[in-house]
Design a protein around this ligand. Sequence first.
Ligand SMILES: *Cc1c(COP(=O)(O)O)cnc(C)c1O
Length: 436
Amino acid sequence: MSADSKKKQNEAHKFGIETRAIHAGARPDAVTGARNTPIYQTSSYVFDDAEHAADLFNLQTFGFIYSRLTNPTVSVLEERMASLEGGRAAVCAASGHAAQFLTFFTLLGPEDEFIASRNLYGGSITQFGLSFKKLGWTCHFVDPDNPENFRKAITSKTKAIFIEILANPGGIIVDVEPVAAIAKEAGIPLIVDNTMATPYLCQPIAWGADIVLHSTTKFLSGHGTSLGGALIESGKFDWAQNDKFPSMTKPEPAYHGLTFYETFGDFGFSTKARAVALRDFGPCLSPANAFYTITGIESLPVRMERHIANARAIAEFLDSHSAVSWVSYAGLKSSSYYELAQKYLPRGPGSVFTFGVKGGYDSGVKVVEGVELFSHLANIGDTRSLIIHPASTTHRQLSEEQQAKAGAGPDVIRLSIGLESIDDLIYDLDQALSLV
Ligand SMILES: *Cc1c(COP(=O)(O)O)cnc(C)c1O
């Protein structure tokens, strides 16, 4: 076979997600042959000459200037994230929250609004509802169970809809397709936080998402070692269809009059997020954390299979336990999200879910203090099994009403099921529940 026809054949072949989790974006180092992606622990890069430097600063050529903007290790992770999500391009950030900030800073101006599902990670509710307000951005929270609620909240100032496809902490699944249709009709992007599902379980762009966000801190990195975040753009959103997005379609004064959509087309949004928001606010991902995240992603598919198998077994165990009043896991037939789980997350609805312990707040505290193998901490998506009582920790800043609405009432316990022996996890929960 000639080199040319071999190349054509490779282009036609679609590589599977297990292969892309290991290879996408990476290649052996051209100089040393190093097979793994090195940690390029450098803040800056030597220019070839003055013209090369000028081209880089004008965004007329791809290359590296300074690691706040781009870094070769981080670039590998960005390319891998874009590949796994079926997107056009990605930008990494220091954390999931930083990726959220970069996204909204690129979309919104003062007085602008967006609509978000009310069932979100507690930190996102605080970021959107309180901190963003200080920047003049208003977030309207709606109940995502009825997609029409998003349509009803749209005003002339609305610039985006934001959801978590699989919501933290309640195991709630949003019916993405009709929400995407509502966003499309309104000429605004649908942003989906895919942290809890990961691209192994769900790829929101295939269901109509325009921007996908991640806290890579969780399942993607996978070992509880490294903070990180990413935004991925689909490349399909038409920013010029209306006059809602001047930051994409009008000359940018913070970038010598460059018009990002016109110049960069289907990767204009991520380029703008990097060239202005990341440049001017600075929450870049460190190369070391990018390295740990790349390494973690290589085993994502096999880890997710075990996370799900363990989560299913524990959900069934709790469902029949006398100290447990309810279990909210979309993998159980009794869940009102079971059908949506079959549609959007056919491999399984993740390994983070909640259950209610009889006796309310005090019992919740007893259980989290009674476990020995589970770690009592504020994280999800670790190899280790984790437990938390949201009402006394992550959702503490919220009012009782907000707690209840976010699925974090006084009796709620959240689990993130890890990769340990299933018998040991059940043994540990059983002995902790015997204390209430
Ligand atoms: C953790 C988390 C975030 C925030 O990410 P950080 O990396 O902690 O900043 C956002 N969304 C979801 C669903 C999360 O679980």
